[in-house]
Design a protein around this ligand. Structure first.
Ligand SMILES: Cc1cc2nc3c(=O)[nH]c(=O)nc-3n(C[C@H](O)[C@H](O)[C@H](O)COP(=O)(O)O)c2cc1C
Length: 314
């Protein structure tokens, strides 16, 4: 989440919050903003649109500082404001010359998406009122897609996602807007539901003894946070992080202006046990402690080379 107001006003904030590689082609990138004003979100979106594929509005961050500023999950009580923010942003991008025609423009090089990420309320009717308002008319809805994190603002992430809420919301709205799930996507072979989207039965080891899982026929996509930090190869079907992922990351990190501490943090996450049922780890606990003692990129590369012969020819 990038704070739109600061991003608009301060070039140090812009430099530190968003760096895009000049190598092409780049994978699609969605920038997510924290905002509570239509003008701020529209301006920040206008600034990033040349560099990214879309903008998202955070209506899910539960942190107290964010909610105190009417950002993140506090916006779940401000559905008209959220609607106004996405409407103004879409209009601003349209005026700037971007193709904001949703599905019709998704393959256009000028195509840009406007989306929203939400949590749910204790009373799901409030969430439905929120979605009705933010979605607008079916013929010309206000958002390209919706990401649902099926926990309330007060539910800790140690509690499993509310699958019943997700079932209800995807069946009520899944034909009207693409819905992505955020929450407990830990391993492709251990999702707590099935969906034709995932072709799950072919890709994992579920069998007749696997407990009955709900079917989500209208789910359009997945978002992972904690698990993909530990295992960036998750969507390639790996249930634990392979060394190849660490190597790929190190090659990219060596070419990018990533602060060393961030690089080290990512590598330590990848070398620790992941979030899924497979708890194997690339490094033992003592080795991970030794990893954290690396103080510069050369140390880190040498350490990883020693541990797994990561050095590449040339
Ligand atoms: C380190 C970290 C940073 C996060 N940052 C954001 C963020 O900037 N915006 C957002 O909408 N959610 C953010 N989240 C929440 C996740 O998107 C997600 O909704 C939540 O962690 C549940 O998904 P998970 O089970 O895949 O972790 C973050 C989560 C983690 C662990």
């Amino acid at each position: 989440m990038i704070l739109a107001k600061e991003f608009n006003r301060n070039h140090f904030a812009r430099d530190s919050d968003l760096t895009i590689s000049t190598n092409t082609p780049q994978p699609p990138t969605i920038v997510q903003f924290g905002a509570n004003s239509p003008l701020e979100l529209a301006r920040a979106s206008s600034l990033v649109a040349p560099s990214v594929g879309g903008v998202d509005l955070n209506c899910g961050c539960p942190q107290s500082w964010a909610c105190a500023e009417t950002l993140g999950a506090a916006l779940m009580e401000k559905r008209e404001l959220v609607r106004d923010m996405v409407v103004e942003t879409r209009e601003r991008l349209r005026q700037d010359g971007w193709a904001v025609g949703k599905d019709k423009d998704k393959d256009s090089p000028a195509g840009r998406s406007v989306s929203v990420k939400i949590r749910v309320h204790h009373d799901l009717r409030k969430t439905m009122d929120f979605i009705d308002t933010v979605l607008g008319h079916d013929q010309d809805r206000h958002i390209d897609f919706l990401t649902i994190h099926p926990r309330t603002r007060n539910t800790p992430s140690s509690i499993p996602i509310n699958l019943e809420a997700l079932e209800i919301l995807t069946s009520a709205y899944g034909d009207r807007v693409p819905i992505l799930l955020s929450g407990d996507v830990f391993a492709m072979n251990a999702l707590p539901f099935t969906s034709p989207l995932l072709n799950i039965e072919k890709t994992n080891g579920f069998n007749a003894e696997t407990p009955q899982r709900p079917v989500l026929p209208k789910l359009a996509g997945l978002m992972s946070a904690r698990a993909i930090l530990a295992n960036p190869a998750l969507y390639a079907g790996y249930d634990a992080c392979p060394w190849e992922a660490v190597e790929t990351f190190m090659i990219s990190a060596a070419r990018a202006p990533l602060p060393f501490k961030l690089t080290l943090h990512h590598v330590s996450q990848m070398c620790a046990p992941g979030m899924g049922p497979n708890k194997s780890a690339l490094l033992t606990k003592p080795d991970r402690a030794a990893l954290m003692a690396c103080t510069n990129m050369c140390d880190l590369i040498d350490f990883l080379d020693e541990k797994k012969g990561l050095r590449r020819e040339g």
